[in-house]
Design a binder for this molecule. Structure first.
Ligand code: CA
Length: 227
């Protein structure tokens, strides 16, 4: 198993490399995000340990860029202590797991083993509902062949709806899944974003796909909406 360590602190990088080597892994160190990008393009790593705080492009950007370039090695993101936002954005950026600094080496090994078991190299599959198509990895959405630009929140909301077409999802369901934690926990926030979504994925195409179910929530038509 070959691991890329992306960490700018030389001491920590050396420690991780030595530890992994002792465990029988092959390990390389990239001190910057730029190095990580070319190294990951040149070598098929089985896993990438990626620090979020790097000089130049940060870990989140590196992770997004890797996924954009079709590098699907599992990524363990190293985040600052208690930075919930980091963890959430890390997962959004395409990381598979995260560890909060300071972490024990045993913990990192356990995560790497778990990721190796899970199997790498599989891009998350594209979700299709009627003429709506959503690519979770590239974070892109199309209605018919037209790409629709969505904000992060709109995208998260649509993804939830598209993963359960034909089902009624309550505002709470949508809030919990699309927002990850109590962000803007107001009852009308979902209604507002549903309106934005309709303006982008339905109205310009003369389609109705998101239905309001009175007193219950919202439902994406399982045919993806018809004109
Ligand atoms: Ca760092």
């Amino acid at each position: 198993m070959r691991v890329l360590i992306v960490e700018d602190e030389p001491k920590l990088a050396a420690l991780l490399r030595r530890g992994l080597t002792e465990e029988g892994y092959a390990a390389d160190v990239a001190p910057t995000g730029e190095d990580a990008l070319w190294m990951a393009a040149a070598t098929p790593y089985d896993a990438i340990v990626l620090d979020i705080v790097l000089p130049g492009i940060d870990g989140l950007e590196v992770c997004r860029a890797l996924r954009d370039r079709d590098v699907w090695a599992p990524v363990v993101m190293l985040t600052a202590r208690g930075a919930v936002g980091d963890r959430v954005t890390g997962i959004d950026a395409g990381a598979d797991d995260y560890l909060t600094k300071p972490f024990s080496f045993a913990e990192l090994l356990a995560r790497l083993r778990a990721l190796a078991r899970r199997g790498a190299g599989e891009p998350p599959s594209i979700v299709e509902v009627g003429s709506l198509r959503l690519d979770p990895a590239a974070r892109k959405v199309w209605r018919r062949e037209v790409e629709v630009m969505l904000s992060t929140k709109e995208f998260a909301l649509l993804e939830q709806l598209m993963r359960r077409p034909g089902q009624v999802l309550s505002r709470l369901d949508l809030l919990e899944h699309a927002w990850d934690f109590a962000y803007e926990n107001r009852s009308n926030v979902i209604d507002v974003y549903i309106r934005y979504l309709r303006e982008k994925i339905d109205r310009p195409f003369g389609v109705t796909s998101i239905e309001t179910v009175r007193g219950a929530g919202y439902r994406l038509r399982s045919d993806g909406g018809v004109a």
